[in-house]
Design a protein around this ligand. Structure first.
Ligand code: AMP
Length: 284
């Protein structure tokens, strides 16, 4: 595995791979690698000749300075995990490499899709995400790029940007990877206390045992499950799979339940499929 820290080496490596007719699978991350990230690497390996993994804690998508500072950065362990997973190129650039001018100019606004839910609670977050993903695509060049459904709204924003700007990247997704007890893996989980980790299980419980009924019933029940466990709920919303608009009160059919809340001062997200209006209380 080659490790590079400069944009010029990264760009050159990708150009050479393409010249050798090798397809590139790009896996963008912020590091503190866990099995969710490694599942993205696996998906990328299955569909491409080479895999580029980036680790970059992008300051422009953080709306909370403390969250940025506290973000875990276990570089040695990450290098070992990437190597063991069979990554071909590991990119660990500095902020100065990615953003020679800081703050960088905003050339694409995430728009209404990025203003809801996570975007409402963290204004500007998705514009920062779109900004860095566009930059990663621009440096890497033509590629397939892999994202987790764990960050459902992020995938929607990235897909919309690729479509709007006609970028040379094919967006691929994988399902959320969970711990055995159901908790969605996240780099932020290590900041949870043992009791907080137990409280956090309410997210996967709410998705697994979602209530039968209309959207409002499902939302209220999920919120209740989270609140009873001691989660400070940010939102529990039943949305259209593509537009991420809240479904109408009389909607019946498949949708996505988006959940977010704070445990131990740590912001946690989860989401899963639901069937609205179904008489069955059982889901995925
Ligand atoms: P992050 O390092 O948290 O920015 O995540 C990098 C990528 O890994 C994003 O596409 C995430 O959606 C994805 N990811 C994070 N956690 C998981 C998980 N538990 N399962 C699947 N993908 C994940």
């Amino acid at each position: 595995m080659k490790i590079v820290r400069t944009v010029s080496e990264w760009r050159l490596w990708c150009e050479e791979a393409r010249r050798a007719k090798q397809s590139i699978g790009l896996v963008p991350t912020m590091g503190a690698l866990h099995a969710g990230h490694l599942a993205l690497v696996q998906a990328a390996q299955s569909e491409n000749d080479v895999v580029v993994l980036t680790i970059f804690v992008n300051p422009t998508q953080f709306t909370n300075q403390e969250d940025l500072e506290k973000y875990p950065r276990p570089e040695e362990a990450d290098c070992a995990a990437a190597e063991a997973a069979g990554v071909d190129l590991l990119v660990i650039p500095t902020v100065k490499e990615v953003w020679p001018v800081f703050p960088p100019p905003v050339t694409y606004q995430a728009g209404p899709l990025g203003d809801r839910f996570e975007g409402a609670d963290r204004p500007g977050h998705f514009t920062g995400v779109a900004q860095v993903v566009r930059r990663l695509f621009e440096i890497t060049g033509e590629c397939r790029a892999y994202f987790g459904e764990k960050d459902y709204q992020q995938v929607a924003v990235v897909r919309e940007m690729v479509r709007t700007l006609d970028l040379d990247a094919e967006v691929k997704t994988i399902p959320t990877v969970r711990a055995e007890d159901g908790l969605a893996l996240s780099s932020r989980n290590i900041r949870l206390s043992p009791a907080g980790r137990v409280r956090a299980l309410a997210f996967s419980t709410a998705l697994r045992e979602y209530s039968a009924g209309g959207a409002a019933v499902i939302e209220a029940a999920a919120r209740h499950t989270l609140e009873v466990a001691g989660v400070e709920v940010s939102y529990a919303a039943v949305v259209d799979n593509q537009s991420l608009q809240r479904v109408s009160p009389d909607y019946v059919g498949p949708a996505r339940l988006l959940l977010a809340g704070v445990v131990d001062g740590v912001r946690l997200l989860d989401n899963g499929p639901v069937v609205v209006g179904s008489e069955d209380a059982v889901s995925n």
